[in-house]
Structures are given as C-alpha cells and as structure tokens.
Design a protein around this ligand. Sequence first.
Ligand code: TYM
Length: 378
Amino acid sequence: MSNKDRIDQEIKFEVTPWNVEGSVDYDKLIEKFGTTKITLELISKMKKLLGNIHPMISMEFFFSHRDFDWILDKFENKEKFYLYTGRGPSGMVHLGHLMPWLFTKYLQDEFDSNLLFQLTDDEKFLYGKNSRKEIEKYVSENILDIIATGFNSKRTKIIVDTKHISSLYPTALEISKRITFSTARAVFGFNGSTNIGMIGFPPIQAVPCFLPSIIEGQNTPVLIPAAIDQDPYWRMTRDVAEKMGYYKPAQIHSKFLPSLEQVGKMSSSKPETAIFTTDTQEEASRKVSQAFTGGQPTTSLQRMLGGNPDRCPVFSYLKYLYDSPKESMERQLECRGGNLLCGECKHDLTKSTTTFLSEFQRKREKAIDMVPKFMYNQ
Ligand code: TYM
C-alpha cells in the first residue's frame, strides 16, 4: 500500500453492521449515529450501584450508549433487565468478538441478569459467500466459544435463527409491517443490488429485544452490549418499540479491537489480522511477531523519539485483555519515553496470549457436553 493510499484509508472510515473500514473516529461516529458518550457522571453512578467499575469502561473500550442510565435507574428501582447480544457465524471467533462477550458476562454476574444470545446464521448466509453447510459448522463452533466465555448456564439461552424461527417469526412480522423500505434503505444502505433476503432480515435481529417481555409476560427492559457496528439495527428497533407496546432496547457500545495490521478492525474475513480462540500457540506467536506496531523503524530512533501507543495494535491488545489500568499507563509512558522497545511488548503479548488461549481452549473442550443446557427451548 502506498503512503497516499494509507493516509486516504486512515482519513476515510465506514462502519456498517457488515463492514468496518479505515481508522474509526469514534467521536464522529457518536455524532453520526446519534448515540451518547459515556460520561464520568454515568461511570460514577455505575460505581455507586456496583461498588466497582470494569476496566473496559474505565479504559474507554466501552464509550457510548443509548439509555444505559435508564437501565441503571430501572435496576435501582428493583426492575430487572435482560441482556441481549449475538454473533453472526461467518467464521471462527476471534479476540475482538470476545470484547462485548466478556463485558456481557461481567454485567450478567453483577446484575444477575438473564441473557439471550442470538446466532444469526440466516444473516451470514444471505450476506457472505459461505454455504449453508459451512455456516452450520460455524454455528456449532461458535456455540463452544459462547459457553467458554463463562456465561451462567441457568441464566443464558442461545437462539439459532433457522432453528428457533417459529419463536421469532410472529414478532418479526409485527416489526416488518411497521418498517418501510425507504427507512430500511436509509438505515442500512440497501440498494438495487442487495438481495431481498437481506432487506427482510433486520426484524429477525430485532426480535430478541422484545422476547424478554413475551417470556416474562410483562414489559421487560433489555440492555444490548455490542460493538458500535450493530447500532443501525437498534436504531430501527427503537423506532418501532413503543408503537408495539415495548420499552426501547438500551445499548452500551464498544470500540473495535484493531486489526494486527496498520488500519481497520480485527476481522474473521482477514485471518492474518486476527487471533482466533482456536489458533495454536505457534499461529498466535507468529501473528504477534508479524504485527504492526507504533514503534520507530530502528532501535536507536525508538530510544531517541519514543513510540506511539495510540496507533499500536500490540499496545491495544495488552490494554484490553492483560494489563491493568495502572500497568497500561506505565507501558504507555515507557513507550513514549523510548524506554520500551516493540520486541518487549510483543514478547509480553505472546506470553499472555498463549496462556489465555490454552485456558480458553480447555474451557471450549469442556463446553461440548454443556451445549443442550444452553439452547433456547421455547
Ligand atoms: P458479528 O458476528 O459481526 O460480531 C459479534 C460481536 O462482536 C462485535 N465485534 C467486535 N467487537 C470488538 N472488536 C472487533 N474487532 C469486533 N468485531 C465484531 C460485534 O459488534 C458483535 O457484538 N449481526 C450480528 C449478530 C447479532 C448481534 C445481536 C450482535 C445478532 N444479534 C445482538 C450483537 C448484539 C453479527 O453479525 O455480529
């Protein structure tokens, strides 16, 4: 890639539920999507309620929301809420997907919430190149990752769209009747070459926002933790919610774990940019050793000028999964001051990642026998 192409790609960015390109400006995205930034006031409200604050909040991986303050008010007033999150099974799960999932597990533990976890096998068949058979394989594999994340088996139900369609379809119909094609086109960017399955799909992803009210037999608040790429679905759902007699679903949005390359998000469609939960120790080590960093071209320049952690995926990964907020701050200062070399950060990341993966893979093995317990069965 030429320098000019790289700069162009960094300036321009695009975020849709199916594609994230370029270097995302999250403040601009808040403005564009009309969401609300997580403020210090909201963080202190959460801290007061729970007595702690998750590092993914304090380190601003979760940065934006819709009505999260309302969810906290509901909880304070003893009204319990459901959590809802999901996965489009287009490949194996990578460490980026785990960002909203690990945070959802934390919320489930803290608020003792029920969780609906949707697998949109229909969406991924309609959007991508995978055959139905390939998608089926990813559904089974992804379910093991969901269970290995550690959700409470008594409080979590996994919905697979094609398998559980009879529970989703009646409500999907109610939703679809209230959304015009011109709204769908404006929200999702559909055009003349979009297949009609994709155009009809969004109500299916909206249904689990209302399913808790149907299950509980009373209006039930729902909070969706996800990266911000999924927000268009919730904008559409929030538009119809009250007309259908339901609360608007609330959201808490994360940023994207970056690609191991220079720009973009970690993506399963570009395997070299991502560390998968099923990667061998050798694969993970090789990917980290080849990763882009925010360092200088030579050791002496690095010692003289320092590195740039703001554009370094290795720094981001360490901050996200392994460093405490204090350790991350120290790492940042050492890097900027030229006292820390990229090789040292890569060494730390390789060591922590291989330990993390072997523990996660052990849980994945154990998950095989637990699948029936987690499946939605209404
Ligand atoms: P999918 O499979 O694209 O992504 C699954 C979840 O991972 C988030 N995500 C990331 N988070 C951080 N860093 C990244 N690099 C990264 N890449 C993806 C996504 O935001 C998502 O939360 N249509 C959905 C499936 C779905 C869903 C939901 C997701 C159905 N219902 C409810 C969230 C909430 C999809 O294809 O997700």
